[in-house]
Design a protein around this ligand. Structure first.
Ligand SMILES: *[C@@H]1O[C@H](CO)[C@@H](O)[C@H](O)[C@H]1NC(C)=O
Length: 264
């Protein structure tokens, strides 16, 4: 029998509604008995939903092929078996020093490692950049398509949703998954198919660990951004034109009135 691999993985699990971050440290010790089939492994797991570790748990699970057959759960405090083999071993281990050692793992292993992972990974957050645009204007009976995008955020757990007059919109919404940019940052896009009605207030809401309050972007009109840019450029040109004409006019006035004052 050989220890075939020792791997350490970190998984981040998010509870979308409460924006809680939970963290698991998995240390997988895998032991391959035969190359053609049987697979035995033990998973040592620490989990906690917050960095104060008040609900931290240590779980040790023994698997044969895909089936867990024996588990130690620090909240329970002893080994519990799920199969005949598991039950027998649980009985034996609960009498000896194995269970004493397992009971110490929450303090020794979890409470020393979890804070490091929270402060170095989970609590590092980067706020998303949010853009709300009309991809398509409403015309000829076709609804408008609004797109709310969040860019360059970390960690990937995020909630993007729409409000119509303060109520959460549940239909006509399609969203992508959180997509990895490949540089630790993520992006996500949510589309709302929407028939404009006057007096209606539409907003896109983003909830993310980087912000204690939900980030709310209100939809301010029916023009897509490219159109708005054209109007902005046009308006700037107009203002600049007015300023220059006014300056020219004042200059002309000053010159001509100055000429009158000087006797010839
Ligand atoms: C550990 O035991 C507690 C108490 O029975 C339970 O609430 C919790 O879900 C268990 N954890 C796991 C991972 O099974």
């Amino acid at each position: 029998m050989n220890w075939s691999s020792v791997s350490q993985t970190l998984s981040v699990v998010g509870c979308r509604d409460k924006m809680l971050l939970s963290l698991q440290l998995l240390l997988l010790l895998t032991l391959t008995i035969r190359t053609d089939g049987y697979y035995f492994y033990t998973r040592y797991e620490c989990s906690s939903s917050s960095s104060d570790l008040t609900d931290a748990e240590y779980i040790e699970t023994y698997h044969f092929n895909k089936d867990p057959f024996l588990r130690f759960n620090s909240t329970v405090g002893e080994y519990v078996g799920y199969t005949e083999l598991g039950v027998k071993n649980a009985e034996r281990w609960n009498k000896g020093s194995d269970v004493q050692q397992a009971r110490g793992e929450l303090e020794r292993y979890c409470k020393n490692n979890l804070p490091m992972l929270f402060s170095n990974i989970l609590e590092k957050t980067v706020k998303p950049r949010i853009k709300l645009v009309a991809e398509q204007q409403a015309s000829g009976g076709h609804p408008a398509m609004l797109m709310c995008s969040a860019y360059d955020f970390y960690p990937p757990v995020i909630d993007v949703y729409w409000l119509r007059n303060g109520e959460k919109v549940t239909s006509d919404v399609t969203a992508t998954e959180e997509m990895a940019d490949g540089d630790w940052y993520y992006q996500i896009h949510s589309h709302l198919e929407y028939t404009p009605t006057s007096g209606e207030k539409i907003s896109c809401v983003v909830e993310h660990a980087s912000s204690k309050e939900p980030i709310i972007i209100e939809w301010d009109g029916f023009l897509p951004e490219s159109e708005r840019n054209k109007i902005a450029i046009g308006a700037s040109g107009l203002v600049l034109g007015i300023i220059l004409s006014a300056a020219g006019f004042l200059y002309y006035k000053k010159k001509s009135s100055g000429r009158i004052l000087v006797p010839s």
